[in-house]
Design a protein around this ligand. Structure first.
Ligand code: R5P
Length: 290
């Protein structure tokens, strides 16, 4: 019996399998049955290490279902293992990290209590929206960057005079790190979002990107609004191709179609959320963090 167990949540089965191989841990699979009323019934198949268990479960839609499954797996692991690490590759609710409008609940504060209460002593995430939410977590936290993995893919495209672009000022640090790794320049657009309607606008005026290939870098794509607006703006500035490197591709509803229609050549995302665009494997980066 290995001293390390990886418990594969249903939302991250493939990633958990890859991770278990890399860190030489025994893999414990979970079976999930969803009842008609929406409740999850989870059964674990395998023995959990008494020393250390690593629960891997991303919290993408259905968000609340995947969240309760993550907490249940942590709680079960803690019954056997003295140390439980929660690997939440995509941390749902990360954008609800402050009170933007009066009366709004900071859901990240609630999650901090839930993860600790369930029995996790450390939480590892990948490219979290912002570290502000972790202020509310009274357990060890680690944010793993997927940038080096993304840059390996982008380098294969042999882009001429590439420019890294963040669709908003909030992502400027990410764009800077990405550009440093790629050995290119970077800029950040000025984006506003109506806090009530969610409508996105690009406020940046003219920029010189003519005849350059661009890489739009973001932590996530949800409705696709940010990437669509940014691409439409950049295309008007006569850029060449626009690639999108975003860690978590939720791509809700027809987001992918709208992004392609706006003129994006290709979307690259990580396997924090499995899907058509998730070609960047981050199991190595997570293994290093463990
Ligand atoms: C915002 O600050 C984030 O970094 C993303 O740009 C945003 O959450 C993406 O959401 P959507 O695809 O709905 O515009």
């Amino acid at each position: 019996m290995s001293k390390l167990s990886v418990i594969a949540g249903k939302s991250s089965e493939d990633l958990a399998k890859k991770l278990s191989r890399k860190i030489k841990a025994n893999l414990v699979r979970s079976e999930v049955r969803i009842f008609d009323d929406g409740e999850s019934k989870i059964t674990l198949n395998g023995e959990i290490s008494k020393k250390r268990a690593i629960v891997v479960q991303s919290i993408y839609p259905p968000v609340d279902t995947n969240l309760i499954q993550a907490l249940s797996l942590i709680s079960k692991a803690k019954e056997t293992s003295s140390e439980v690490i929660a690997v939440i590759p995509y941390m749902g609710y990360a954008r609800q990290d402050r009170e933007f409008l009066p009366g709004e609940i900071i859901t990240m504060k609630v999650l901090g209590k839930l993860f600790k209460g369930a029995g996790a002593s450390k939480i590892i995430v990948v490219d979290i929206h912002s570290m502000v939410g972790f202020k509310h977590f009274k357990l060890k936290t680690k944010n793993v960057s997927a940038i080096p993995e993304f840059v390996q893919y982008i380098k294969k495209l042999s882009l001429k005079n590439p420019l890294v672009v963040s669709p908003d000022q909030g992502g400027i640090q990410r764009a800077k790190e990405f550009a440093k790794e790629l050995g290119s320049e970077y800029i950040a657009l000025e984006k506003t979002r109506d806090r009530k309607t969610g409508r996105v606008q690009i406020k940046t005026k003219n920029i010189d990107v003519a005849n350059r290939d661009l890489i739009l870098v973001d932590d996530m794509i949800s409705s696709g609004g940010s990437i669509v607006k940014a691409t439409q703006f950049l295309k008007k500035q006569n850029c060449k191709k626009v690639y999108v490197a975003c860690t978590h591709a939720l791509l809700m509803n027809d987001a992918e179609k709208r992004i392609k229609k706006a003129g994006v050549t290709k979307i690259f995302s990580a396997n924090t959320i499995p899907g058509k665009t998730s070609i960047v494997d981050i199991s190595n980066a997570i293994a290093k963090a463990i």
